[in-house]
Design a binder for this molecule. Structure first.
Ligand SMILES: Cc1ncc(COP(=O)(O)O)c(C=O)c1O
Length: 387
């Protein structure tokens, strides 16, 4: 038995995955596979570094140590070949706070912003709550997998002159790891139609072989003056409660305007425990991350095997990256209502409803498999029995 096999009770920790069960699913006896955090203990190095910091009894205003920025730059260079200057990094309280500030830095109220549903809902809500127009360039499902609709993207760029194309790379919920040729086409279109790019790369570290994450900033250096990237240690190291996000913005003018937006919203303060966790993760967490990826890969294989053998008619999308499995239950010939009932009242499992990612994704559900194998087995068994 390895560390990741060990079930850990989150009772008494106000874990959202559990506290919101009644509100979301109408009952409490649900085995949860929704919120994108993991049922695993954080890396021992991170827990130790936090304990050391907590043992110092003063938790006052804290400046950002140079060593933290160095750790971020080194991590991105070593793992993804991204060469960037220390100065390009800005810490932010969260990826979504960063996306919001980026939207404000690059566009005005009323401007159009392109997104690619089905998509992590807060990315779409943030466009709307900043009073921008949401332009949907829906992903298309072809030969059993999702891809970008470039013809439509070009059409939308011509029609709406959006200021921004907002990408999720790797993509939540469909699990695509965008490849260089795809990103090159996006960048070329953005250049031709003078749009900026915001790339949310929060899932960059969770990639399965043979895929590799291509940072948006490594596609075409000449376009880097029009790109804002957001990233975080929160998904990869299971520290989402700690504020560990950052932006990478090579262009000094863009960066100044992004930082102005953060200050305007008073979002430039950072959390001292988050900084400790982020620096330790990137400095000492790589070996743990590799073991995690191995475990997640085995979980993905296990889940694929069960779905193929026990529910052969079910369409599912094996994720290239992320610990999120996107499943089309419509393929079983049931109505969306029947599917929901079977999942919630039959199987008593809590997945994310597809309609929150796209109006067109009724009957699709997202399953988070970053859980101990025993919990995964139990969840899948319940689903198989209910369907
Ligand atoms: C694509 C994506 N972006 C952003 C976030 C949230 O980031 P943060 O908590 O740092 O705002 C998530 C969390 O699930 C996500 O999947």
């Amino acid at each position: 038995m390895c560390d990741f096999d060990m079930p850990i009770s989150r009772a008494g920790t106000s874990a959202e995955k559990y506290t919101a069960l009644g509100r979301l699913f109408g009952r409490e006896d649900i085995l949860p596979f929704w919120v994108a955090d993991m049922e695993f203990a954080a890396a021992p190095a991170i827990r130790q570094a936090l304990a050391v910091r907590v043992n110092h009894p003063i938790y006052g205003y804290t400046s950002i140590p140079e060593s933290l920025v160095e750790a971020i730059v080194t991590w991105n260079r070593r793992r993804y070949g991204l060469v960037t200057a220390d100065a390009s990094v800005t810490l932010v309280p969260g990826v979504m706070a960063g996306v919001s500030a980026a939207i404000d830095a690059l566009s005005e109220p009323g401007d159009a912003i392109v997104v690619q549903p089905p998509l992590y809902p807060p990315l779409m809500h943030t466009v709307l709550s900043n009073d921008r127009q949401l332009i949907a360039n829906r992903l298309i499902c072809r030969d059993g997998g999702y891809c970008m609709n470039f013809d439509e993207l070009e059409h939308l760029l011509q029609l709406h002159h959006p200021r921004i194309v907002l990408l999720c790379s790797p993509h939540n919920p469909v699990g695509r790891v965008w490849q260089r040729d795809e990103l090159v086409r996006v960048v070329e279109l953005a250049r031709r139609y003078e749009a900026y790019l915001i790339s949310d790369e929060i899932h960059a570290d969770i990639i399965f072989p043979p895929y590799t994450h291509i940072p948006m900033l490594s596609v075409d250096e000449a376009m880097n003056s029009r790109i804002i990237v957001l990233n975080s240690a929160s998904k990869s190291f299971n520290v989402a409660g700690l504020n560990t996000a950052y932006a990478v913005i090579p262009d000094s003018q863009l960066r100044a305007s992004f930082r102005r937006q953060l200050r305007r919203r008073n979002l430039h303060g950072v959390n001292l425990l988050g900084m400790t966790a982020l620096e330790t993760a990137y400095r000492d967490g790589e070996e743990w991350l590799e073991r995690l990826l191995h475990y997640l890969h085995a979980n993905r294989q296990f889940m694929t095997g069960i779905l193929n053998s026990k529910l052969p008619g079910l369409q599912h999308f094996i994720p290239e990256g992320t610990y999120l499995y996107w499943i089309n239950f419509n393929s079983l010939g049931l109505t969306a209502r029947q599917i929901k009932e079977k999942l919630i009242d039959g199987a008593r499992v809590g997945l994310n409803d597809g309609v929150t990612f796209s109006k067109a994704a009724e009957g699709f559900w997202r399953f988070n498999f970053a859980v101990p194998r025993s919990m995964l087995e139990q969840g899948l068994e319940r689903i198989v029995r209910a369907f």
